[in-house]
Design a binder for this molecule. Structure first.
Ligand code: ARG
Length: 475
């Protein structure tokens, strides 16, 4: 069947046909296009817009194609896209006298928008399930490391003690939001454009409720011009994926740092490391590095999509076709990165001794010494801050460790600064400066104490349970 033979005398040049073809990316919507055609023809039959026998023959051909798969289609460069290839297949099967009715009250414009949404639904769910699996692994790891204290950083300088569990649960919280963002986007993906036809619906009495139901959409789009031109659901999905990739890239960055000799907090599994061709001692975190770089591709795709969208007039313009491959690429990069980063992160070995060493070093616990002064002696926090700041200064000057500090030393500084002696007990001072005690004292929800982290883990496990149940997955 040659679509052009009516209006156009000449064939497109091979170059022009190839340049404008969407066939490569259309492989992704092959099954969805069959589904879309199937629902449309069933509806036409139900509404008595086409004869039962005609409809049944078309449906039979579509079922056969579904069984045979994509390779059953034949292409030459005159076939513009998957929609034409499928119509050609049906035409070859049942003849133009039957197949010619398939496209009644339908356009490739509403068809392609429908197909993309159908395929995307499945992809979003697949990525969401992979996120849940990653979170599950993180919770397990966190529960094993609730008392593994290490140092937390601000400005990449030692700040305050944390636990490995608390750090990993921060990843889990970001991933939870990435999951929820996709769930929210899904609502806007799951709307039916079919019935918009080219741009103004049709004068045939089609039943949009029926195709909406048959295709499992929540509702149909209420404006046909919007129906064929809207691609914000794609931009939104790719934004969600870019944000997910940002979460993953940040984790990779941290794993790369933590695996250095200087940090020494983790060791990467051999399975996710490489060595050097010349330096025999090297163990390089290549997976994390490549993931860090690949995730930026999705940012690029988002900009491309937004830029194509921003200046095209209503309604369908062929530019829209050029958005779709960027969507599929974003999905692939994000999902591949998610899976590999998940496996890599969950296979690291934590060096507990080094963690403890870092937690106690470099004055990371002294915020609590200031807090003890405030609590015990009711002095303003700013006064305590000044005394402790000076104390750290002196320790550095005198080459002392924080463990060398006692009550007398503190009071000497307080006096020098014009404040009263504090007379804190040495036991209290010791406790405040002990990294594990320090962490355990943070009994505020959201904090790093083992109890609060367990609470966060429990809440996360409930979230996982609910979301798996919604998706019909047993866990
Ligand atoms: N390949 C096209 C796309 O992906 C399908 C719709 C073509 N419609 C048209 N009027 N040329 O957007």
């Amino acid at each position: 069947m040659n679509l052009r033979s009516g209006r156009l005398d000449k064939k497109m040049t091979k170059g022009a046909a190839e340049y404008t073809s969407s066939l490569e990316a259309d492989k992704k919507i092959f099954e969805s296009d069959i589904k879309c055609n199937f629902a449309h023809v069933l509806m036409l039959k139900n509404e008595k817009i086409i004869d039962d026998e005609v409809a049944d023959k078309i449906l039979e051909a579509l079922t056969k194609l579904k069984d045979e798969g994509f390779d059953a289609l034949t292409f030459d460069h005159s076939v513009e896209d998957i929609h034409m290839a499928i119509e050609n297949y049906v035409t070859d099967m049942v003849g133009i006298g039957i197949a010619g009715f398939m496209h009644t009250a339908k356009s490739r414009n509403d068809q392609v928008a429908t197909d993309i949404r159908l395929t995307l639904r499945g992809k979003i769910i697949e990525i969401q399930l992979n996120i849940l699996e990653f979170i599950e692994g993180i919770v397990k790891l966190a529960e094993e490391h609730k008392e593994t204290v290490t140092i937390g950083y601000t400005h990449l300088q030692h700040a305050q003690p944390i636990t490995i569990a608390h750090n990993f649960m921060a990843y889990a919280q970001a991933l939870k939001r990435d999951y929820q963002r996709l769930a929210d986007t899904y609502k806007r993906v799951n709307q039916n454009p079919l019935g918009s036809a080219a741009m103004t619906t049709t004068s045939f009495p089609i039943n949009r409720e029926l195709t909406t139901k048959l295709l499992g959409f929540d509702s149909y789009l209420e404006n046909s011009m919007d129906g064929v031109s809207a691609r914000d659901f794609i931009a939104e999905t790719v934004f969600d994926l870019a944000t997910l990739c940002t979460s993953l890239s940040k984790m990779c960055e941290e794993m790369v740092l933590w695996s250095t000799y200087e940090f020494g907090i983790i060791e990467m599994a051999d399975e996710f490391s490489s060595t050097s061709s010349i330096m025999p001692q090297k163990k390089n975190p290549d997976v994390a590095e490549v993931a860090r770089a690949k995730s930026t591709v999705v940012n690029g795709e988002l900009i491309t999509i937004m830029t194509i969208l921003k200046a095209i007039p209503y309604t369908y313009n062929r530019d829209l076709q050029e958005i779709t491959p960027h969507l599929w690429n974003s999905i692939k990069v994000a999902n591949d990165t998610l899976k590999i980063v998940s496996d890599m992160v969950l296979s690291v070995t934590i060096n507990k001794e080094r963690c403890l060493e870092l937690a106690g070093a470099n004055f990371g616990t002294v915020t609590d010494l200031a807090d003890v002064m405030v609590r015990e002696r009711n002095i303003p926090f700013r006064t305590a801050h000044k005394i402790v700041g000076r104390l750290v200064n002196l320790c550095i000057e005198m080459d002392l460790e924080i463990g060398d500090v006692d009550s007398g030393f503190i009071d000497g500084i307080a006096n020098d600064l014009g404040f009263d002696k504090l007379k804190l007990s040495n036991d209290l001072i010791k406790k405040a400066l002990d990294p594990l005690e320090n962490v355990k004292m943070r009994q505020v929800p959201g904090g790093p104490s083992p109890e609060m982290v367990q609470l966060a883990c429990n809440n996360m496990k409930n979230f996982l349970k609910e979301e798996y149940a919604k998706k019909g997955v047993e866990n």
